[in-house]
Design a protein around this ligand. Structure first.
Ligand SMILES: [Zn+2]
Length: 398
């Protein structure tokens, strides 16, 4: 079945060859099944017709870093932080990541599925058509597998694509010493998850007090042996070589990077590892040190933007809002922000040959924006979703 999209205001897409934006006026798009098969002045095909009503078409947005598989919320911690309580105070009161772990372990599969589905649905109305989703609040063989099976079921249920990441190395559960838990990850979790094909990626929270360089390397090298692709949480709190490790193990992405140093930037710029910045977290925690996206780009890194949606440190889901924060606080231009939520985000998911651009042979993933200029996407901040006329994913209107 073919569909042509007519009466398009402008098509706006990144062009990786010229490294700049392409803006096409007076073009129509022909879609066959889920794929773009033509972009021409007009098509004489006798097929379904969608009138774009002069909307701007962009690729569907890609959120390459989210933690949506949880149950309950941690709004009490938000209040505690405002009252001056430290991270340690919150942890001592039974809060922080450990409270999310307890809730997830206590939940049945169906309860976790229902809650996580409702965590994910609002991404769609903000224009996200591909979502990376991490496990990481189970931290036992059974509960990590439960989390990944929930992702699989939600992916089957929704029309957007959800790409699963195993993040057993999110924290060390209270019942284990770190090295013993690393052994469980490497000897039990990774082999079983790979066997059941429940994840594409394996991620590690490589931070002081969580997983050090040697432990992170061991987990990611084991993952690679089982064909899980590495990605890494790096240089968020303390800089000790996590970005260099990302490039050493061939990670698809190194994420956060608020405190990355020159050596880390050099390592990322000389590799294919995408530098993913998450300004929503810095904003939500009201911290002053945003990742310096400008410096990363000026030194030749590929920079993607993602939401980092999670119950503790960031509840933002709108990538339009994340673009705004990246422009306001990380030194990115509108074009670089747009690149960060489209093509570079696709690259960080190893999907740059099928999503993130509007061109022949790419997935028919489009946002129809009722706007005149690209800059309106971040500009309308809390209401940018009201400027979305419709969304197409894999050739279907959502
Ligand atoms: Zn994260």
């Amino acid at each position: 079945m073919k569909t042509k999209i007519i009466n398009i205001g402008k098509i706006i897409t990144w062009n990786p060859e010229s490294n700049s934006l392409d803006v096409f006026c007076n073009k129509e798009i022909l879609v066959e099944n889920n794929i773009i098969v033509g972009i021409e002045n007009s098509f004489n095909e006798d097929c379904n017709v969608i009138d774009a009503k002069q909307c701007i078409l962009t690729p569907g947005f890609i959120d390459s870093h989210t933690h949506p598989i949880f149950i309950g919320n941690r709004s009490n911690e938000f209040q505690m932080r405002l009252n001056g309580n430290s991270y340690e105070d919150i942890k001592n009161a039974g809060g922080g990541i450990l409270s999310s772990i307890k809730s997830l372990r206590d939940a049945s599969f169906d309860e976790l599925y229902e809650y996580s589905l409702n965590n994910i649905k609002p991404f769609i109305s903000s224009g996200t058509t591909t979502l990376e989703a991490k496990s990481g609040y189970g931290l036992s063989v059974k509960d990590e597998i439960k989390s990944l099976q929930v992702i699989k079921k939600i992916n089957d249920e929704l029309l957007i694509d959800i790409i699963p990441t195993f993040l057993g190395a999110h924290a060390v559960p209270e019942e284990y010493k770190t090295d013993d838990y690393v052994d469980i990850i490497c000897k039990e979790m990774i082999p079983q998850i790979a066997e059941e094909k429940l994840a594409i990626f394996c991620d590690v929270f490589c931070e002081d007090g969580y997983f050090d360089l040697d432990q992170s390397r061991k987990i990611l090298e084991t993952a690679k042996k089982y064909d899980l692709l590495p990605r890494i949480h790096a240089d968020e709190f303390k800089c000790f070589g996590a970005s260099e490790l990302a490039s050493e193990v061939g990670a698809l992405s190194a994420d956060h990077l608020m405190v990355i140093n020159d050596r880390g930037i050099k390592a990322l710029s000389q590799s294919d590892t995408v530098a993913t910045i998450l300004p929503g977290t810095t904003f939500f925690l009201n911290k002053d040190k945003y990742a310096n996206g400008r410096r990363l780009i000026d030194n030749g890194c590929y920079v993607a933007l993602a939401s980092d949606f999670n119950p503790g440190t960031c509840t933002l889901r709108s990538l339009s809002n994340i673009m705004y924060l990246a422009m306001q606080h990380c030194g990115l231009t509108i074009e670089e922000s747009f690149l960060g939520v489209t093509f570079n985000a696709a690259k960080s998911l190893k999907k740059e040959h099928s999503i993130g651009l509007i061109r022949n042979k790419y997935n028919a993933d489009f946002i129809f924006w009722d706007i005149k200029e690209l800059s309106e996407i971040p500009y309308w901040f809390d209401s940018s979703y009201t400027k979305i006329n419709k969304i197409m994913k894999n050739g279907e209107i959502l």
